[in-house]
Ligand binder design. Sequence first.
Ligand code: FAD
Length: 370
Amino acid sequence: MTGYRKRLDTVVIGAGVLGLAATDALARRGVDVVCFEGRRPGQAQSGGRSRTFRHRHDDPDAVRLAADALALWRRWEERAGAVLVGGEGAVYAGMTAADAEGLRLHGVPHEWADGARPSPHFGALAPVSGPLLVDPTAGAIRTRTAIEALCDWVGDRIIAQDVHGVTVPPDGEGVELHTEDAIYRARHVVVCAGAQTPALAAGAGIGIPLEQALHTRPHYRVRREFADTPRPCWVDRGGEFGETVYGSAIGGTDTFVVGLIGQGVDVPMDGGLPVGTEMEEHVRRLTAYVAKALPGLEPEPVGVRVCVMTKLPGGSDAFGVWTAPGVTAVTGHNLFKLAPLLGEVLADSAQGGELPPPVRRLTRAGTVAA
Ligand SMILES: Cc1cc2nc3c(=O)[nH]c(=O)nc-3n(C[C@H](O)[C@H](O)[C@H](O)COP(=O)(O)OP(=O)(O)OC[C@H]3O[C@@H](n4cnc5c(N)ncnc54)[C@H](O)[C@@H]3O)c2cc1C
């Protein structure tokens, strides 16, 4: 093939954390792989400075995947020579015995703590009426360090171009990708294009019911007198302070991010860009929450990030990996924590392997409206 028609073996579309992880996994296996990325790697949903790594999930299969992912994060840390998942732990309010049971089932260390006293696990937290579930091996992901390490590992395999479309050619041989300057014929394409994954996967006959919304997360400074107290990742489903929220330390800084979770808290983008971001209203609600629930933080935001997030109908931990001949596609939400594991799963699929049963089951569950 010459001129504007070219051949490639394996192509990854998108250099967010998942595309980078898949490209790295394939390259380590000796596969001839390139990754198309039209923008700066790691800047779309993988942008920002902190993500929560936590084990607790509603579905025990997801707990298993998180535990397996943490072991792979530790291998990435050895290769990177840097901490990627900090030792902050995670603390959850409003949990039940079933939440602890999922952790127990998969041998994830955890304990219950008395919420009514000042918490030795979370110094900035006000006393809460129920118990706190503590997940000590969870922590805040150092997202920038992780993206930098991945970019370093995949090196010049990134091609700085957008893919405009994916199609299955009439002769059924491989998959075609249309880019700015060529039509490529690839043996296998792995679509990791975040919000663009459904549009690209549709060309290969894969339908993905992904929703997009704008999400606001302000961050707050830790008061000086709490500077040396533990700052774990935080999930508050107790409702005692009027909101359901998550929070996370920004590793290596004295700031803490807080965001709303639950149905209807983000601004839907079904018809494209929404009219407003509702940034001010969300910052106001979160600041009121901080004033009540987190007295160890200054109740005045020092910054805010408003970003697009994608979700499947099954909820905020739902994700999926879909396959068609020559194509594997992945998307969902809260996937940073699973990146080292999904990189291997996607690489297996690109090499003709089956998806692991928990991934197949969670994909089906996540695409059914909750
Ligand atoms: C505010 C916020 C908080 C979050 N909190 C957590 C958390 O606490 N824990 C957690 O685990 N996860 C969390 N997540 C989710 C997590 O960050 C994402 O699931 C993850 O980063 C998705 O990575 P990705 O590689 O699939 O997608 P992205 O990072 O969106 O990457 C997709 C890439 O594809 C590229 N691309 C798109 N279209 C094309 C095209 N046509 N051609 C070439 N390239 C293309 C884009 O430019 C982009 O770089 C959060 C996300 C947000 C936004």
